[in-house]
Design a protein around this ligand. Structure first.
Ligand code: ATP
Ligand code: MG
Length: 212
């Protein structure tokens, strides 16, 4: 036998061993996943909190809304910070029948007028409460709500009660940095998005269609 043939055979063997190992590993993984699925039997809406300093919180919330709408469910969005007025998701989702309540005046990162901010927060919260009491909404997104709770612009007990007492089939997504402990306690799912790198810090401008 030539060396070439020997080499071919040993690399074939290695490949076979690798494939078998992979198969065993996948089988074990599948058993684990199946056992987990079998255990998850409760059916109800959930509270999802997407927090942390990294990018991707609001996009995740809007992604969930798009998912619901794509399945023919109704969803509603409340935007607690005026921020970037133009909003690609809003343009798209409103055309698809998703109602938006947007904090119209007051709070942006620049305002210093606490009383005006609180009044604006109360006004949009009144809209949010209606969505949270209405069983026709499968998903309600409360975008940037965490700041209203962190700065005490809204009464956190009242907000958390409204979320807690929502219709059983309704899911709520809350986004924003620095989610307070009582909100975390209420949540079923919490994702803390880590800021590992952000283009902005390399001097790259926020981009339309990517950042808003
Ligand atoms: P996105 O809307 O892109 O999902 P986000 O909701 O996680 O972002 P916010 O804190 O709401 O983040 O910030 C809104 C804007 O700030 C977006 O344009 C986003 O790209 C940008 N941004 C998010 N994270 C960072 C960061 N760590 N540094 C600088 N800019 C950021
Ligand atoms: Mg956001």
């Amino acid at each position: 036998m030539t060396d070439d043939v020997n080499n071919d055979q040993s690399s074939d063997n290695k490949e076979q061993i690798k494939n078998e190992r992979h198969k065993k590993k996948s089988q074990k993984q599948k058993e684990k996943v199946d056992a987990g699925i079998a255990k998850a039997t409760e059916e109800r809406g959930i509270v999802i909190v997407i927090t942390g300093n990294g990018k991707g919180k609001s996009t995740s919330g809007f992604g969930t809304v798009a998912r619901a709408v794509g399945h023919g469910y109704k969803a509603a969005v409340v935007q607690f910070i005026k921020g970037q007025w133009d909003c690609g998701e809003r343009n798209l989702l409103q055309q698809n029948g998703v109602p938006f309540a947007v904090m119209g005046t007051g709070f942006t990162w620049e305002t210093q007028d606490r009383a005006a901010d609180m009044a604006a927060a109360e006004e949009v919260w009144a809209e949010a409460k209606k969505f949270l009491a209405d069983p026709q909404y499968h998903v309600v997104l409360l975008d940037e709500l965490t700041y209203m709770l962190g700065y005490d612009y809204l009464n956190s007990e009242e907000v958390l009660d409204a979320i807690r007492n929502r219709p059983a089939e309704q899911s709520v997504v809350v986004t924003g940095r620095g989610a307070i402990k009582p909100l975390r306690d209420l949540a079923d799912t919490i994702s803390e998005i880590k800021d590992e790198k952000h283009a902005y810090r390399a001097g790259i401008k926020a981009r339309k269609g990517v950042d808003w």
